[in-house]
Design a protein around this ligand. Structure first.
Ligand code: NOJ
Ligand code: NOJ
Ligand code: CA
Length: 737
């Protein structure tokens, strides 16, 4: 409970006193003795979800760290034996190791926790190439793996990794490991793609008798599915996930990380691995959730937005594979608007579109910059602009990611500040910067007011500079106002809100306006009294409702589960006594029940998309909203389906598979529900890797969906296929005329 919340519920005469109090109290850490206030008072200091909830990262703030560039906590590992010559103690060669490590990050957990951060995404910690690539570059960034079962010696040991996870968890911080399953390392230099398992040699790109790799050359067309998935990304030796040895190698390595208690994964290059819309990456969900609920987010680099030819696939990946996706389209808009002077309308338009397209936009992470793009401050040196962009990133629908050093205004503008100049050494750990305080306050708000984690998005007032938007989850409301003009203040008239009538102080307490912040006066009808939003001003007003009588579901996760898995339902108003959770028409067995979080076991029901509902005992009318969840028919096996002699297709026509299981689209015939598109590098033969249920017999047909949506069905009777119980497989057919 923060002072400005109290203010809105107390008679106006008390306000001056509270304003005085407000000057000395930090709104991010409220007093603990105010729960005797009116019934509108929120539950104090109760976090939205239990700490370390692996199914639900929506209330979190993620901090992204390039381990080698964060903090050197153990100089003894800087130039490790067996791996000498990749370290530059002068930190002038940007493509060598600079000394940062797991021990260093562990030492800085208090600094990160102090910022309100509740999750850290670490760069890939696995052992990278021991040799310089092209004679110059080391794998300091982590994306050039040689052994997915070892920790890179520059970063430390498994013991150091365990100490990091333990220290993070003790501070309520989750650890997300970056996992690059698409490739090993450059195929044509350094270690030539060589891959090891726990130190034991497995294969090399140019001597690959067991087919660990695809041998198709470099990808040239990111918009072509086959070219992206089955060719090398740059010159990176492309792993053949359809090979059962590779499949079990990669999934086994993820199991090792899970056994070291990581909370989630950032999946590198998902657009470059087979079957992003339903193939290998969907089978990966089994691994990710195999040791309880965990979160995974895929990286589809450079995805611009609805006009990007890959946008539909990316949305489908996020809605159906069990994994979230980094919100690159929103990044481009944030960057255009706050760094490059575009109208705010561009951002509103992409957020509105995405809210329509994604089943859960609140699950997709937002970011202002990262290690692959120029830092925000390189593009725009204005700290005001950075604060504005950060405030929007931390409150827009989706999980915010803050790139390390943003809070210290870190940037190096050499060559436009892109890779590697965006990966500079963390310079300072000042906990008093405005950016650090801004992140801390908005991270605290994400924890107490569920509107940010679970709420809807609505634009409330806009011109080219001013962006006022509202987030709402039932009676919980947050209103955010940002004026990015460095020269012009605006009078805001005609503003409406769903905040209850009353007076509100700026939750940021004037951090980005000066003074004590802009007060908001809301009439009974939600009409806001005219106010002035000065140049470069940002204000946030919020109402956290009391615990509701009718339960409200804000999150059901993991996004994709199987019968027998744990499913976590988060929200408000669940009460303290266990009652009923229905998945479709089946009551699920409850394994734990608290006011804000319920865990159930997914019942033995057929794979489908189901409605989840929480109903309290007793009186009628006490059921929650429904929330959709995807359930599969059990463990998944990646199987490559091939069909020969497909009838001729016109440009834009594609072959798909449809069949009698949720994994095969339940006989549906649209491009977003049937499985595909298949690929035809050897037309008229088409193929696709599909995620299908282990040990089950599935029936299906191949279809052509024409560019106009009309469908051509295969003739004859249905094909049937019995899926193996483990490994990977492939199966071939001839189109039945
Ligand atoms: C995307 C990563 O973010 C980038 O840094 C890396 O180079 C490529 N994927 C390849 O792993
Ligand atoms: C694949 C393309 O995506 C599709 O549009 C086209 O019809 C076929 N290739 C033609 O071979
Ligand atoms: Ca070190």
């Amino acid at each position: 409970m923060s002072s400005q919340q109290i203010r809105s519920f107390l008679p106006r005469i008390v306000v001056p006193i509270l304003l005085l109090l407000a000057i000395v109290s930090d709104p991010a850490s409220g007093p603990a003795n105010a729960n005797t206030l009116s019934q509108s008072t929120p539950v104090l200091n109760e976090k939205l979800t239990p700490a370390l909830n692996g199914a639900d990262f929506k209330p979190d703030v993620i901090y992204q760290v390039v381990l080698d560039r964060f903090f050197d906590g153990d100089p003894s590992n800087n130039d490790p034996p067996g791996d000498k010559g990749l370290f530059d103690p002068t930190k002038t060669n940007w493509k060598k190791y600079w000394g940062g490590d797991l021990a260093g990050l562990t030492q800085k957990i208090p600094y990160i926790a102090g910022m309100g951060v509740t999750a850290i995404w670490i760069s890939p910690p696995v052992e990278n190439v021991h040799k310089l690539v092209n004679g110059t570059d080391a794998g300091y960034h982590g994306y050039w793996a040689r052994d997915f079962y070892h920790i890179d010696p520059h970063l430390g040991t498994w013991a150091d990794f365990d100490r990091l996870v333990a220290a993070a968890h003790a501070s309520g911080i989750k650890i997300i490991v970056d996992f690059a399953a698409n490739h090993s390392n450059p195929n044509d230099t350094g270690e030539f793609g060589s891959i090891y398992k726990n130190g034991v040699y497995q294969s090399t790109y140019n001597n690959d008798p067991n087919n660990w790799f695809h041998h198709n050359g470099s990808s040239t067309n990111p918009n072509d599915q086959y070219n992206s998935e089955y060719f090398n990304l740059f010159d990176l030796a492309d792993l053949a996930q359809e090979n059962p040895i590779v499949d079990s190698y990669l999934k086994g390595a993820m199991q090792v990380f899970l056994s070291h208690h990581v909370d989630g994964f950032r999946l590198d290059a998902v657009g470059n691995m087979p079957g992003p819309t339903g193939g290998w990456l969907r089978t990966l969900n089994d691994t990710i959730t195999s040791q309880g609920p965990h979160y995974a987010v895929g990286e589809w680099g450079g995805l611009t937005g609805p006009n990007d030819p890959r946008y539909g696939f990316a949305v489908r990946f996020a809605n159906q594979s069990g994994n979230a996706i980094l919100n690159y389209p929103a990044y481009f808009a944030l960057d255009d608007v706050y760094a490059q002077g575009h109208s705010v309308k561009e951002l509103d338009s992409i957020l509105s579109q995405e809210e329509h397209d994604f089943t859960s936009l609140n699950d997709q992470p937002n970011f202002l910059d990262n290690h692959d793009v120029s830092r925000f401050l390189t593009l725009n040196h204005s700290k005001d602009a950075l604060h504005e962009g950060l405030a929007v990133t931390l409150t827009a629908p989706g999980i915010p990611i803050v790139y390390y050093g943003t809070e210290q205004y870190l940037h190096n503008d050499t060559n436009g500040g892109g890779d590697p100049y965006n990966r500079l050494m963390m310079s300072s750990f000042d906990t008093t910067t405005t950016a650090y305080t801004l992140i801390k306050r908005l991270a605290a708000l994400r924890q107490i007011n569920p509107a940010l984690a679970y709420g809807t998005y609505q634009q409330r007032w806009i011109n080219n500079d001013v962006f006022i938007f509202e987030r709402q989850f039932y009676n919980d409301v947050v209103l955010i106002a940002v004026n990015k003009s460095a020269t012009t203040g605006y009078n805001i008239t005609g503003l409406k809100t769903n905040l209850p009538g009353g007076n509100y102080n700026d939750y940021l307490h004037g951090l980005l306006t000066g003074g004590t912040g802009i007060a908001l006066n809301v009439g009974r009808s939600g009409a806001v009294s005219p106010l002035t939003l000065g140049k470069n001003q940002v204000a946030v007003w919020q109402h956290t409702a009391s615990e509701p009588v009718i339960p409200e579901i804000g999150s059901v996760g993991p996004e994709l589960t199987h019968p027998g898995d744990q499913l976590v339902i988060d929200g408000r108003g669940f009460g303290s006594t266990s009652a009923t959770v229905e998945i479709g028409r089946t009551k699920a067995t409850v394994t734990s029940w608290t006011q804000h979080s319920i865990t159930v076991t997914v019942p033995q029901i057929a794979g489908a998309q189901y409605d989840v509902k929480v109903c309290l005992a007793g009186a009628r009318g006490t059921c929650s909203n429904i929330y959709k969840t995807n359930i599969d028919n059990g463990k998944q096996i990646p199987v490559t389906f091939t069909v020969h002699k497909v009838p001729p297709t016109a440009p834009g026509d594609n072959a798909f598979i449809t069949g009698g299981a949720s994994e095969l689209g339940n006989w549906s015939t649209t491009t977003t529900t049937a499985i595909g598109p298949m690929m035809d590098p050897n037309n008229p033969t088409w193929f696709l890797m599909v995620s299908v249920p282990a040990c089950k017999t599935v029936s299906f047909k191949f279809i052509i969906i024409h560019v106009d949506g009309s469908v051509k069905w295969e003739g004859g009777s249905n094909h049937t296929y019995t899926v193996p119980c483990s490994g990977t497989s492939s199966t071939s057919y001839v189109w039945q005329p």
